[in-house]
Design a protein around this ligand. Structure first.
Ligand SMILES: O=P(O)(O)OC[C@@H](O)[C@@H](O)c1c[nH]c2ccccc12
Length: 281
């Protein structure tokens, strides 16, 4: 993979992340945060809520598994949510039958915050994904200390060696990993990761160069996965899901886990919107 292959917005975000990580390391160095996270894990004081397990339980019960996203804004849409209250939204999502939560913590591009993750997690019993751009193991330890049950690895912004390193650090901490791909080439690289109960494969329907979404991306890559000898247990379709028709299309292609944000967040009551989407199936 060359740097040129990275979509321009992602390239910009990665530059920002490198400077954020450098600033964080200046306050607390790498060895300190690593030691802190590992000590917490060894004490058994911070058990993870099973993110992959929650999705698997829905899948086995034949019910769509929804990862409901807590997102205030995005680079493509600007402000999405006017009354943004992460704790309240988390409770509403839980009540509406979400399997898991995804909380944006990136400040500069998504107007997220680490506090939002902690507020959302404290307000419900659902497992929580830290939705951010991981480029350094430092952020994996940080995510663990924040209480994230799952972290995101975007294959497009990671060289193989880094991808494998971050994956191992997360699995060793007992944190689940959402491995995000958008192309077959990225998927091939992602499938080289060691098999783990922590693995969840996410197919992002959004092209980060153009910001357009195409649900055929999931259908195409799902067909590719089905032709492999070892198939991942969990496959999530991400972005651009707006209607029961969209969900039906995925379900008819044997994709039953969904990551949905904007469609819920743009309404006054995201939980109610989720509940009626599930009802309409
Ligand atoms: O709001 P949508 O179209 O329902 O999409 C949610 C989620 O898939 C999207 O926010 C997302 C997918 N991958 C990401 C990586 C970083 C930030 C955000 C994302």
């Amino acid at each position: 993979m060359t740097q040129d292959a990275i979509p321009s917005i992602l390239k910009k975000i990665v530059v920002t992340k490198h400077s954020e990580v450098a600033a964080a390391k200046a306050k607390k160095d790498f060895d300190s945060i690593k030691r802190e996270a590992e000590a917490l894990m060894q004490q058994g004081d911070a058990p993870r809520r099973g993110f992959a397990k929650a999705l698997l339980a829905k899948q086995e019960a034949g019910i769509p598994g929804i990862i409901a996203e807590v997102k205030k804004a995005s680079p493509s849409k600007g402000i999405i949510s006017k009354n943004f209250n992460p704790a309240l939204i988390a409770q509403q999502y839980e009540q509406a039958g979400a399997a898991c939560l995804s909380v944006l913590t990136d400040e500069q591009y998504f107007q997220g915050h680490n506090d939002y993750l902690q507020q959302a997690k404290a307000a419900c019993k659902l497992p929580v994904l830290r939705k951010d751009f991981m480029i350094d193991s430092y952020q994996i330890y940080q995510s663990y200390l924040l209480g994230a049950d799952c972290i995101l690895l975007i294959v497009a912004c990671l060289e193989d060696e880094k991808l494998h390193e971050l994956h191992k650090v997360a699995c060793d901490l007992g944190t689940d990993v959402l491995i995000e791909v958008h192309t077959q080439q990225e998927l091939e690289r992602a499938l080289q990761l060691p098999d783990s109960e922590h693995n969840i494969y996410g197919i992002n329907n959004r092209d980060l160069n153009t910001f357009t979404t195409d649900l055929q991306t999931s259908i195409r890559l799902k067909a590719y996965v089905d032709n492999q000898s070892t198939r991942p247990q969990l496959l999530v379709t991400e972005s651009g899901i707006h209607s029961s028709e969209d969900m039906q299309l995925m379900l008819s292609n044997q994709i039953s886990s969904f990551l949905i944000g904007e469609q819920f967040m743009k309404t006054d009551n995201p939980g109610e919107t989720l509940a009626s989407l599930l009802d309409s199936l």
